[in-house]
Design a protein around this ligand. Structure first.
Ligand code: NAP
Length: 246
């Protein structure tokens, strides 16, 4: 489904990004595995792909660093000559109630989740425009649609990602580039591991499918949006949340 395609997945060392990298590779894409802090975990993803006869390349870059992202995209262009798929997945949380939230907690989440997504969009767009082809998938969150207590910074960043998705879909549509967002609900990863069991049970009660999602639930949706099966879909946000957002 994705043979001959080159894909950049940000934050591909762990969790959802890892699964997206493995899934796109399983459909034949060459994967640039971006990571920042988790070198060994990123190497595991690389080994898994290449041991399965897939093609991959590791790239350490902090997505919140405009120049570092510029260099990463330039190196991808030099090495592969093209970039067909961009998945903006890298993200963090720094939860706190408004009365306790520090300026640093607000800025850090905006820098990585929102500006990091902008940085990748900014440097990848010229390349895709020249190719007259591209598939961009931004990972948002249902919290960006519905809000959540203690996540003012995170919800602002993820709502911003949806806004950027719609704007860029309008800007790039005439050149064969689609831009969509995926808004996961509660997915089993390091990010949700810290939640107290009692709290998890309460959340599961609210989810029509009565369970947290798995990383594959998100990764297969991303694969669809990265493929030509979704070529008439752009500017959309698909909720992968077990029905929580209904
Ligand atoms: P995770 O397990 O904590 O993994 C986060 C990933 O982001 C790691 O690979 C990490 O790489 C990378 N990352 C963090 N800061 C980075 C930076 N400055 N530059 C490059 N990479 C960076 O999180 P996850 O649950 O898989 O979440 C992935 C995405 O899905 C995030 O955007 C998150 O907001 C979104 N999401 C998750 C859930 C959920 O329930 N899990 C729900 C809705 C949305 P290193 O460790 O190498 O730094």
């Amino acid at each position: 489904m994705l043979k001959e395609k080159v894909a950049l997945v940000t934050g591909a060392s762990r969790g959802i990004g890892r699964e997206i990298a493995l899934t796109l590779a399983s459909y034949g894409a060459t994967i640039v595995i971006n990571y920042n802090g988790s070198k060994e975990k990123a190497e595991e993803v690389y080994d898994k792909i290449t041991n399965n006869n897939g093609k991959a390349r590791l790239y350490k870059a902090d997505v919140s660093d405009f120049e570092a992202v510029k260099q990463m995209v330039s190196d991808i262009k030099d090495e592969f000559g093209r970039l067909d798929i961009l998945v903006n997945n890298a993200g963090i949380t720094k939860d706190n109630l408004i009365l306790r939230m520090s300026e640093e907690e607000f800025d850090k989440v905006i820098d990585i989740n929102l500006k990091g997504t902008f940085n990748c969009l900014r440097h990848v767009s010229p390349l895709m425009l020249k190719q007259r082809y591209g598939r961009i998938i931004n990972i948002s969150s249902i919290v960006g649609i519905h809000g959540n207590t203690g996540q003012l910074n995170y919800s602002a960043s993820k709502a911003g990602v949806i806004g950027m998705t719609k704007s860029l879909a309008k800007e790039l549509g005439s050149r064969g580039i689609t831009v969509n967002a995926v808004a996961p609900g509660y997915i089993n990863t390091d990010m949700t591991e810290g939640l107290k069991e009692q709290w998890k049970d309460l959340i599961k009660e609210q989810i029509p499918l009565k369970r947290f999602g798995e990383t594959t639930d998100v990764a297969q949706t991303v694969a669809f949006l990265a493929s030509d099966y979704s070529s008439y879909i752009t500017g959309q946000t698909i909720q992968v949340d077990g029905g929580l957002g209904i």
